[in-house]
Design a binder for this molecule. Sequence first.
Ligand code: B12
Ligand code: SF4
Ligand code: SF4
Length: 314
Amino acid sequence: MIEELSKVIKETALKIGFDACGITKAEYLNEDAAYLFTWLNAEMNGSMSFMKNNFEKRVDPQKLVPGCKSVVVVLLNYFPDQIQNSDLPKIAKYAYSSTDYHYVIKEKLRLLEAEINRYLGEQAADNAYQHLFVDSAPVLERRWAQKAGLGWIGKNKQLIGEGLGSFCFIGTLMLNVEMDYNVPLRDKCGNCTKCIDACPTNALVNGKLDARKCISYLTIEAKEDIPAEYSDKLSGYVVGCDICADVCPWNKKWAIPHNHSELKPIDEIFEWKKSDWDNLTLSQYKRIFKNSAINRVGYKKLKRNLEMFNNPPI
Ligand code: B12
Ligand code: SF4
Ligand code: SF4
């Protein structure tokens, strides 16, 4: 029964359109608690104060979803079939799609949950608690994906999906039934340090990502101004950063364009000239990026980033 259920869940996840699915036991993340504690203590979260909230829930799934026994983890490839011209303000690939990935994954997870409930003939999830997660909840998603046998956490801190690469989103579904669990895979970074060497701001230090230095944080999340020491190192990015993923040999080997129509890219990302970005108005911003991940950056910050792109400090 347990084996059969686990098989059905994984097959259904693929039918729904996810690119990979694995299952792991919902248990206290002992090692991660220590790692996260040190990361927060060193203030590597910068102004992302939400990362300091719900520490216990973040490392203990029982506290987040009481009664949960298993974590189903899904991956969705977002590697695009077209890349922006290199002279344009750079948008990281995760933000290309006209529909924000949070909506796309949550919708697919709801379908998966409905199928599971149909199969079990009962509620596998306790609906008194939220149990479908993408990004915004206190869930260490990369770690669950690694535990569920879907890949390993590279030195660039990204989850590198086996056979898929790291250009994939992660979603989780916490269920109150026991299942057949996947075995974690071996780390395949070996002696490679390409991502660490390529990071323009040296954000990857001593096995951790110091978000305060990360271009992704600086262009999207930071509430403060971009410190002068990093403002000339943004490498053309105005939303996010893909440098440590682009140089990864596993992405060169495995990343292939996704086939998810829901992640259809925003046409303007490829069609606009530099002058169109320069003249971006608030009403255009609202119209074009309304449902996309770029909307999370905010108009003011995007304009500031575009300004820095045009006038990098000398
Ligand atoms: C905060 C955040 C950021 C911050 C901070 C990044 C960071 N490393 O924490 C910023 C804004 C910089 C960021 C950037 C990006 N992000 Co982000 N981000 C998150 C978020 C919301 C939380 C991550 C978190 O918990 N950080 C806390 C630190 C301490 O955790 P961590 O580095 O993941 O390490 C944990 C485990 O990986 C593990 N671990 C890692 N190394 C080691 C080593 C040892 C020895 C041990 C014991 C454990 C361990 O333990 C840690 C604690 O559990 C997640 C969504 C989520 N809820 O998980 C998305 C998420 C990680 N981001 C995502 C993406 C796509 C990105 C970007 C690629 C976007 C872009 N192109 O600009 C970049 C990548 C930057 C990078 N090199 O990682 C995806 C990652 C997909 C993937 N394949 O890995 C996620 C999962 C969102 C999603 N649902 O798809 N992000
Ligand atoms: S996303 Fe960019 S800035 Fe952040 S760690 Fe990777 S290469 Fe460095
Ligand atoms: S670039 Fe090299 S070290 Fe970095 S994540 Fe990829 S394989 Fe690992």
